[in-house]
Ligand binder design. Structure first.
Ligand code: UGA
Length: 436
């Protein structure tokens, strides 16, 4: 099938490369000509494990190409919209200007029976608006508009695309349903459920899913705070809860608060949509507020670990991205943490395996280091802010030898108190007993 992908950002590039790998003929189109030129040279603008290899092999086999203009879009049977929908400055609504701009650009060029599919995360009713634009510009054509939201996680995007828990197809048109079934046919062997729903329902499934996952994380984070006060272990509480199939163990890992390019933005946008329709989502509003407070409060843990003040102290922070296996620092909990530490008079030494370039403009006062051990040199405390694999088995004796004081604040619970006790570290995890 001939597929065009409008937008070669995160979702567009991963989806485009995976569709090409299924055997479809894919063109990724992005108005950023420099990005397209780089992609043509085989340079991948985002950090995603396995993506460079996938793009390279599909380009070599002639199934994946890149273009800065939509001029040949008339050849495509299927056109995906995968452009960004950032938070609109000032009010938190999703900014749909890139979506509508893309639709206006392709409208006069589309084949008369094309199927236009939104993969971008868009508020309920956006598909209707796209349909209006297309109807106005192409009254003679039978172009169908479908919602097919994406559930990729950064760092695991290719796996998520090729082994989805479900595929959501939002359209009531039989022809369009057939086209979507054909696009995803290569996945039939793994038999993921395809659910066919109305377009508005599909749009809402995406936001409701992200808001629910954000709620689950926030719930366990608050339980972790309670565990600290009542001498219980949040890891065991989460395991004990998660073994109940109705609850499930995933996304019950406590931490410094959720970040990234999706949960903060999408919860805010959902809250706005709900308000507009007179149905305030009080639970989601609380989740968003609690999470923001939590990120800011993490510096308190470091203050406590150092006996009440960090003024004049040096703190090493390991992990600047919002989670491992990405270079993305958007809404990363490390940012308010480090900002607060600076405000409280500390010096911060930072290290991240992939996110330092993105962190530099956001956190210009950090001393950036080339490894976890260099960051730890002279530090009064070491904070683990992201659970990168390479932080899971640090040489504790080596750390202790270079640090000014043996203190570790583990915001991701990747160590155990008994190993820290043996290594003679003061250790503060989240929601369970540490080492005094
Ligand atoms: C999220 C969703 O998981 C994807 O399904 C969705 O497609 C994507 O948003 C999107 O809307 O595009 P992502 O933002 O890449 O994916 O990252 P997650 O793995 O979901 O993590 C989000 C944040 O929650 C991170 O800061 C992570 O550290 C935190 N988290 C996650 C926890 O603190 N605890 C957990 O148990 C899980």
């Amino acid at each position: 099938m001939r597929v065009s992908m409008m937008g070669a950002g995160y979702v567009g590039l991963v989806s485009g490369a995976c569709f090409a790998d299924f055997g479809h003929q894919v063109t990724c189109i992005d108005k950023d000509a420099a990005k397209i030129a780089a992609l043509k040279r085989g340079e991948i603008p985002i950090f995603e494990p396995g993506l460079a290899e996938l793009v390279e092999s599909n380009m070599r086999q002639g199934r994946l190409e890149f273009a800065a203009k939509a001029s040949r879009i008339g050849e495509a049977e299927v056109v995906f919209i995968a452009v960004g929908t950032p938070s609109r400055r000032g009010d938190g609504h999703a900014d749909l200007s890139f979506v509508y701009q893309a639709v206006r650009e392709i409208a006069p060029l589309l084949a008369g029976t094309a199927v236009v599919i939104t993969k971008s995360t868009v508020p309920v009713g956006t598909g209707d608006e796209i349909e209006n634009i297309l109807r106005e510009q192409r009254p003679e054509a039978d172009i169908q508009v479908v919602s097919n939201p994406e559930f990729l996680r950064e760092g695991a995007a290719i796996r998520d695309f090729k082994h989805p828990d479900r595929i959501v197809v939002g359209t009531e048109d039989e022809r369009a349903r057939g086209v979507l079934a054909e696009i995803y046919r290569p996945l039939y062997l793994n038999a993921p459920p395809i659910i066919y729903v109305s377009r508005r329902t599909a749009e809402l499934i995406k936001y409701a899913s992200n808001a629910f996952l954000a709620t689950k994380i926030t719930f366990i984070n608050e339980i972790a705070d309670l565990c600290e006060q009542v001498d219980a272990d949040v890891q065991e509480v989460a395991r004990g809860m998660g073994l109940d199939n109705r609850i499930g163990g995933k996304f019950l890992h406590p931490g410094p608060g959720f970040g990234g390019s999706c949960f903060p933005k999408d919860t805010t946008a959902l809250i706005k949509t709900a308000h507009d329709h007179g149905v305030p989502l009080r639970l989601v509003e609380t989740v968003a507020a609690v999470n923001e407070q939590r990120k800011r409060a993490m510096a308190r843990k470091v203050v406590v670990a150092l006996g009440g003040s960090v003024r004049g102290k040096t703190i090493a922070v390991l992990g600047l991205t919002f989670k491992p296996n990405t270079d993305d620092t958007r809404d990363s909990p490390a940012i308010p943490l480090i900002t607060a530490l600076h405000d409280l008079g500390a010096t911060v030494r930072g290290y991240d395996p992939a996110g330092m370039e993105q962190a530099k403009p956001l956190l210009p006062d950090v001393h950036y280091c080339q490894s976890a051990y260099t960051a730890a040199e002279g530090a009064d405390a070491l904070v683990i802010a992201t659970e990168w694999e390479q932080f899971r088995a640090l040489d504790l004796a080596r750390l202790k030898a270079v640090m000014a004081q043996p203190v570790i604040v583990d915001l991701r619970n990747i160590y155990r108190s008994d190993e820290m006790r043996r290594a003679a570290f003061r250790y503060l995890p989240i929601g369970r007993a540490g080492v005094e």
